[in-house]
Design a protein around this ligand. Sequence first.
Ligand SMILES: [Zn+2]
Length: 301
Amino acid sequence: MAPDNGAAESVVNAMTIDVEDYFHVSVFDGILPRSAWDTMESRVCRNTERLLDIFSEHEVRATFFVLGWVAQRFPDLVRTIAGRGHEIASHGYAHRLIYDQTPAAFRDDVRRAKGLLEETGGRRVLGYRAPSYSITPRSLWALDILLEEGYRYDSSIFPIRHDRYGIPVSQREPYIIERNAGTLFEVPGSTTTLGPLNLPIAGGGYFRILPYWWTRWGIARVNRLEGRPAVFYLHPWEIDPEQPQLPAGKLSSFRHYRNLDCTESRLRRLLGDFKFGTVEALVDDVRRHVAHDGLSLPYCW
Ligand SMILES: [Zn+2]
C-alpha cells in the first residue's frame, strides 16, 4: 500500500539513534551492576555499523546520541559515525537516570561525555538526550546545567504519561525553553493526539511493538496536518535479535525483546516512506523559519 503522505513528502524528519549496548538499558539497572558492564559481550559497534550501512543505502544523515562510556571504549566508532557525515550528540556518560543523580553528579556526567565526544568526533557537540528521557518535573534543574556546559538543544522531555519518564503537559512541537542560564531548544520525541492524550508515534518500543502502520500514519499526520517534522528514535540493539538475553520482569522483557527480528525491515520501510535528516538541521531550519517569518516559537518555563 502506498504511504498516505500527500503534502508531507517534502518534510525532512529527524532520525536519531541512542548509541548504547543492550546491557545499558535502564530496565536492567537492578539486574546488572555497572561494574559488570566491562565483562559483557559488546555488540554496539556491529549494530551501529549496520545502521550506518542502512542509512548509506537510503542516503540519510542522522543524529547519533552516543553514550560517553561507549565513546571511551570504542573511539573508532565515533570517528566512523562522524566521518560518514552524521551528527554526533551526547547521551551522557554513564546512563544514569537524571532524577537519581545530584546536580553535581549530573554536571560531571554530561561534561565528561561532551569532552570525550568532541575530542573523538572532532566537532562541537550541541545536543543532549537523557537516558530514558529522564528530564521530568523533578529534574528540570538539569536544563540549566546543560546550558552552562555548552549544550544548545535537548531532546529529553517526552510529552506523554509513562511510568519512568514524561511531562504530559509539555509541548509536542519543538520549542524554546528560557532559563536563567540561557535559551535551550527542546526537540521532543513525536506524538499524536487522541482526545486529551498524547500518544507516542515514532520510535523505540512503540515502533517495534505496535504495527508499522501506526508509525507511518502518525508521522504523516504530524507532517501533513501540523506541517512539522517528526522526531524518530531507535537504539542499535533494537535491530539485533541475537543479543544475549538478560533476566528481567515480564513487562520489561516484553518491552525490550518484542519484535527485535523485524525492526530492521521496518526501518528500511520507514526510510523509503519518509525523508530524514539530523536534529541539528531541524533546529537550524526552525530558527531560520522563525527569523524569516518574524514568528516567535511557543515556549514554556
Ligand atoms: Zn539510553
